[in-house]
Design a protein around this ligand. Structure first.
Ligand SMILES: Cc1cc2nc3c(=O)[nH]c(=O)nc-3n(C[C@H](O)[C@H](O)[C@H](O)COP(=O)(O)OP(=O)(O)OC[C@H]3O[C@@H](n4cnc5c(N)ncnc54)[C@H](O)[C@@H]3O)c2cc1C
Length: 380
């Protein structure tokens, strides 16, 4: 069953599918073999207009709608999760915050370069003592003459070690905290007192690295405040809907590709004299996967439709993120089973998908946090 989109979105999907097959698939193999994102990936995506796509045209973006971005992410996810990170880096929370809250000088200095990937930004909220409970951060910024002095430690910051500019969430009023006591400060690479103290890789792609950053009397001038003092938590929470819908659609794209791979393998692979596709045990795995994907698409596309129609959707983006991230976990597990030993071999896509999709249940709010949000909505 095909879940229908508007003709424009269907056209966009077909165009992105062609681009992904032609340009991104070879790069996905390169990313896997080197553990790095090649400059070529940024270049081809920039030339095709996918970088900065959610940003206004005046800043080098294409003013894409949330649905358009989600369809692009879905298609890129059929190839390699890391490629979707390039859209996030140029259109996600941090570049959008620059557009919405940046001073004219900040927008002038950063936005166009962020939109084209010429400059890299990272978002630094999580700390060793504060993950899901992000309001519990303890990195402090103290007002000093002409600016702010930051002390504390952030970890798990995607691309934090290579970022030209970091948007750092700091406590500026311990009493108020999330209610007006957290401020977003921009810290540039090489700022005195900023040190990259560790770079972690995860079970996912080697090319996706997370940094630990230590701030030791790190001075930033008054012009480094993003928005107003005390607005940081609101800025951080503002892009949640985009982020949740983006993850949901990435999960759908990965699951859809896995179903294609599983189906082709089931038809080809012969055991005990018959293709796997003839066996009911295998057919049921394919059937359950198809149902999972149709359900996920129905939920996600309807939520997108309502968001764009201006309806109040409550916790629906959390439902999408929760359902789709858990769905793709089930699907990758089935894919490994259908492929048998080959599903576990490094260098084949199944094994990579299996590792790569695991983080979707943790990043952008864990499954438990989304269940809390949905339950809170129900019990209100
Ligand atoms: C690949 C990746 C990229 C990331 N990139 C960034 C980034 O760029 N910037 C950034 O700031 N952060 C980033 N993060 C951090 C991410 O936001 C946190 O990992 C996430 O919010 C969870 O926090 P935690 O890891 O500290 O887990 P914890 O908060 O310690 O939670 C541990 C477990 O306990 C559960 N739990 C927590 N509280 C409750 C509760 N009240 N009830 C029930 N269960 C609960 C959680 O769901 C989880 O299962 C990234 C993480 C990953 C994995």
């Amino acid at each position: 069953m095909k879940i229908e989109l508007t003709p424009e979105l269907e056209e966009l999907r077909a165009e992105v599918r062609r681009f992904t097959d032609r340009e991104l698939e070879p790069l996905a193999r390169l990313i896997d073999s080197t553990g790095e994102i090649p400059q070529q990936a940024w270049d081809v995506m920039r030339e095709a207009g996918y970088l900065g796509m959610r940003l206004p045209e005046e800043y080098g973006g294409t003013s894409a709608s949330l649905s358009q971005m989600c369809i692009v992410l879905e298609e890129f996810s059929r190839s390699h999760r890391v490629l979707t990170g390039l859209i996030d880096a140029t259109s996600g929370l941090t570049p959008s915050a620059f557009v919405r809250h940046g001073s004219p000088a900040q927008r002038e200095k950063y936005v166009r370069k962020l939109a084209t990937g010429e400059m890299r930004a990272a978002f630094a909220l999580t700390e060793p003592g504060a993950g899901s409970d992000s309001a519990a951060i303890s990195t402090r910024a103290e007002k000093v003459d002409g600016g702010w002095k930051i002390n504390g430690r952030k970890h798990f910051i995607s691309g934090g070690h290579v970022a030209d500019v970091l948007m750092v969430m700091t406590v500026t009023d311990v009493q108020k905290r999330a209610r007006g006591g957290i401020t977003a400060l921009l810290v540039e690479k090489g700022a005195p007192g900023l040190t990259v103290t560790r770079v972690d890789t995860t079970i996912g792609s080697e090319a996706w690295k997370l940094a630990e950053l230590t701030f030791d009397d790190c001075f930033v001038p008054d012009t480094a405040v993003m928005g107003r003092v005390g607005e940081g938590f609101r800025i951080a929470m503002e892009s949640l809907t985009d982020g949740r819908m983006a993850v949901a659609c990435c999960c759908i794209g990965a699951a859809d590709r896995l179903l294609d791979l599983m189906t082709a393998h089931a038809k080809e692979r012969v055991t005990f004299g018959q293709p796997l596709a003839e066996r009911q045990a295998i057919q049921w795995m394919l059937a359950d996967t198809a149902v999972d994907i149709v359900t996920a698409r129905t939920l996600a596309y309807e939520t997108l439709r309502q968001i764009e129609a201006g309806r109040t959707v409550g916790s629906a983006p959390s439902m999408c993120k929760l359902y789709c991230s858990e769905m793709v976990g089930r699907v990758t597990d089935r894919a490994v089973q259908v492929f048998g030993g080959q599903g576990l071999i490094r260098g084949f896509p199944i094994e990579r998908f299996y590792r790569d999709v695991r983080h979707y249940r943790i990043g952008e709010g864990t499954s438990e946090v989304h269940r809390m949000i949905i339950a809170r909505d129900l019990l209100r």
